[in-house]
Design a protein around this ligand. Structure first.
Ligand code: NAI
Ligand code: MG
Length: 358
């Protein structure tokens, strides 16, 4: 047939990562078979903390070159009690995001049917936000040092890096994202009162770019005030752009406000499309529930839907979201959402819903 084929690299990695990626692949295969309009090929990469403990490397030599041949990457979660978190994060996730210039980290939220916000006045469809996080530099640029280890005069620096090039490309992407949404509203979040260099440049770049997007309404907030606004005036928010650290924190808050960390997705995008982009649930490897078959796979399904959207399969993406929401709405929910279903039950229910929908 002449329908397109997409090659997907799967990196389940650690803990519940393997469980939710299995579930995600199953749902994607069902979607591609039922739609009969595109094919998916999956290749598994066993890069994980187990391979690190065995070989000293998360990514084997030449590994990144191999990854480049895929159209997209579906990632689980990395983190293991036997490996310090900064080693696992830098060894695998950042080791892909940074060289692949996946500079835009996109995190949508929404209160789904069947899920409940802890905010008293929030209903289904509310908290329809997109948070755009700088994903290549800032506070997580890895600059700094540590001297006199263990002595009382031990000294550390953790230097934030803000370059006009990276700030501009990210805020431009945020304006473009806001422009495509009905409300056309972008909130630029900084901390430009206390941080008087890089953050002030952020504000300036945002103001300059605003001129190119006259149809987008822009406002700016300090990050501390933004946490209050997210809780107290959630309906005044649409698209948010912030630094690597700030948006990391704000997006966890957003996920919690929307009902559970188990449903939130993340896209690590290279908007230039020179490298494959990477899609993953927002949550970590959750060792406390790993191996029990109770992990919520919905965050991975939503991530898979965003992956299909990025690949140009808009209709399939929307259908997957719809099916996922139908299943949640019908009360087939994992424990984190107050239900009693396991990963497999939710996955099978979404697959059935997909088949029924065609
Ligand atoms: P976590 O997201 O793994 O877990 C936080 C809490 O949420 C736990 O109680 C967990 O059971 C629950 N939870 C998370 N995902 C869930 C799901 N799909 N269904 C049901 N419940 C879920 O965060 P935590 O505990 O801070 O980190 C654990 C490990 O994961 C650490 O090693 C950390 O570095 C790593 N991590 C990795 C990330 C990634 O690979 N992108 C992101 C966040 C953390
Ligand atoms: Mg985080």
């Amino acid at each position: 047939s002449d329908s397109p084929t997409y090659s997907i690299a799967c990196i389940p990695a650690d803990g519940i990562g393997t469980e939710v990626i299995d579930a995600g692949v199953k749902v994607l295969k069902t979607l591609s078979e039922a739609s009969n309009s595109f094919q998916l090929e999956f290749e598994d990469y066993d890069w994980s903390s187990a391979t690190y403990l065995e070989t000293g490397k998360y990514i084997p030599d030449g590994g990144l070159e191999n990854l480049k041949k895929h159209n997209a990457i579906l990632f689980g979660a990395v983190g293991d009690p036997k490996v310090p978190d900064h080693i696992s994060l830098w060894g695998l996730r950042l080791a892909i995001c940074q060289p692949f210039q996946q500079y835009a980290n996109v995190r949508p939220t929404k209160v789904f049917r069947g899920t409940k916000s802890p905010l008293r006045n929030c209903n289904t469809g509310d908290l329809d936000w997109v948070i755009i996080r700088e994903n290549s530099e800032g506070e997580y640029a890895g600059q700094g040092g540590r001297s006199h280890r263990g002595f009382p005069w031990e000294t550390c620096t953790e230097v934030s890096i803000f370059t006009r090039h990276c700030v501009e490309r990210l805020i431009r992407f945020a304006f473009e994202t806001a422009q495509k949404r009905p409300k056309k509203h972008l909130t630029v979040v900084t901390k430009s009162n206390a941080m008087r260099n890089g953050m002030v440049m952020w504000d300036e770049v945002a103001l300059e770019l605003a001129k190119e997007f006259p149809d987008v309404k822009m406002d700016k907030m300090l990050v501390d005030a933004m946490t209050c606004r997210m809780v107290l005036q959630p309906n005044s928010i649409d698209t948010i752009v912030a630094t690597n650290l700030h948006a990391d924190i704000l997006s966890d808050l957003a996920a919690a406000l929307a009902g559970s960390i188990g449903i939130a997705p993340t896209s690590n995008l290279d908007p230039t499309r020179q490298h494959p982009s990477m899609f993953e649930p927002i949550h970590g490897s959750a060792f406390d529930i790993a191996g029990k078959g109770v992990a919520n796979p919905v965050g991975t399904f939503w991530s898979a839907a965003e992956m299909m959207r990025w690949l140009g399969e808009e209709a399939a993406a929307d259908r997957l979201l719809e099916c996922m929401e139908n299943v949640c709405g019908a009360g087939v929910l994992t424990r984190d959402l107050g239900g009693s279903a396991g990963t497999e039950e939710v996955t099978n229910a979404v697959c059935d819903e997909i088949r029924k929908s065609y």
